[in-house]
Ligand binder design. Structure first.
Ligand code: SF4
Length: 124
């Protein structure tokens, strides 16, 4: 069952997984996603659905659509940065309800990381 509780460990793991992209400039991420993102070349692995019928919480559909894309994390990081809570549709192999919940967790995680960096401490 999909939940959108900010305390869901899955979101914390996703936010931590994106740490490696924290220092990558947004314009570089954009270039990478545009050049290599499967959907941006009309190469959805699964047949593109009728978007009118898609639920904003359909994680299985999002995973299926983005399966095999080589820039899933870059796409997700970019969407979290640029669209934030206003995100819509499928990006980064997640539906929008998941990304909105993840965005809150990701934001707190980054703030904590930045604070730790400034204090010279370790990331919890
Ligand atoms: S992760 Fe999905 S939405 Fe993002 S570029 Fe790849 S196929 Fe497109």
């Amino acid at each position: 069952m999909v939940t959108y509780d900010d305390d869901t460990p899955e979101y914390a793991a996703m936010a931590a997984r994106l740490d490696r992209l924290q220092q990558v400039p947004t314009d570089v991420l954009t270039t990478v996603v545009v050049r290599r993102g499967l959907c941006l070349w009309g190469l959805w692995p699964a047949q593109e659905p009728d978007w009118e019928d898609c639920a904003p919480s359909d994680r299985a559909l999002a995973e299926r659509l983005c399966e095999g894309c080589p820039v899933i994390d870059q796409c997700l990081e970019l969407e979290l940065r640029t669209a934030g809570p206003s995100t819509t549709g499928v990006w980064g192999a997640l539906p929008e309800d998941d990304r909105r919940a993840l965005h809150r967790v990701w934001q707190r995680h980054r703030q904590q990381q930045n604070q730790n960096d400034q204090e010279g401490g370790a990331t919890p």
